[in-house]
Design a protein around this ligand. Structure first.
Ligand SMILES: Cc1cc2nc3c(=O)[nH]c(=O)nc-3n(C[C@H](O)[C@H](O)[C@H](O)COP(=O)(O)OP(=O)(O)OC[C@H]3O[C@@H](n4cnc5c(N)ncnc54)[C@H](O)[C@@H]3O)c2cc1C
Length: 206
């Protein structure tokens, strides 16, 4: 992939195809800093953190469908119902390079042990497991807006563990930025989410 800015337009080359547009939205998740670097835009200093999940049968064969999200004290694990089964997460937050993440056996075992310390029935078997990346900006707030000094390059990154919940409001803010319209949010909130807040703290990708 190559990204260039020419004649007032962004050009993204993928293999033999080139796409051209006035605006480029960087929503590459854990790879968003790498995309910025490709485009010659200052990075914001994102950190991708792995979070793992184990899917186990419902304890005691109970109907868990109406169970709430259950958090261990200090959020050292959590569990929630998932299609008749239980998802247990060690609530891990291990910094890793951007990657197709997978769950480590030891991390899962430690998290399940923390769950078992308060559960009536131990986990007898695991049905499946997986991990994904939660990507944080240095201040752990979302990064939404136009890159300072780089017209047409917009950030939509750093959602951490809340990218689903924040998506409706975040998308509206991004749309306002791209369309050059005022946001419904107050100025302080817009500024707190802007990539400009990292201006003095990050390395240039140029
Ligand atoms: C275990 C776990 C549980 C979570 N639970 C919740 C929850 O309960 N509620 C909640 O709100 N959030 C939750 N999250 C967080 C949520 O998943 C993220 O905030 C959200 O997925 C971020 O969305 P995104 O589109 O910015 O990034 P991503 O979902 O990471 O998508 C970015 C995409 O860009 C692609 N990409 C990168 N580079 C390139 C390239 N060069 N070319 C083409 N494609 C590229 C990647 O392959 C990827 O598919 C959880 C995350 C994990 C890991």
């Amino acid at each position: 992939t190559a990204i260039a800015f020419a004649n007032g337009r962004w050009q993204v080359t993928c293999g033999t195809d080139t796409y051209s547009a006035k605006s480029l939205i960087n929503s590459a998740g854990a790879w968003a800093d790498e995309i910025a670097t490709l485009a010659g835009v200052t990075t914001v200093g994102l950190t991708a953190c792995r979070r793992s999940m184990a899917r186990v049968p419902a304890p005691d064969g109970l109907d868990v469908s109406n169970w709430p999200l259950i958090l261990g004290a200090g959020e050292t694990w959590y569990a929630k119902p998932d299609a008749g089964c239980l998802l247990i997460s060690p609530a891990d937050e291990e910094p890793v390079p951007p990657q197709d993440a997978w769950a480590e056996d030891l991390t899962l075992a430690e998290g399940i042990a923390r769950y078992e310390a308060v559960a009536r029935e131990p986990v007898k078997r695991m049905l499946s497991n997986w991990a994904g990346l939660r990507t944080f900006a240095p201040d752990r707030a979302l990064v939404i807006g136009e890159a300072p000094g780089t017209p047409g390059f917009f950030w939509m990154a750093g959602q951490g563990g809340y990218g689903f919940q924040t998506a409706p409001a975040a998308a509206r803010l991004l749309a306002a930025h791209v369309l050059g319209q005022p946001s419904e949010l107050d100025k302080a909130t817009v500024a707190a989410l802007s990539p400009a807040r990292f201006n003095d703290q990050t390395n240039s990708g140029r």
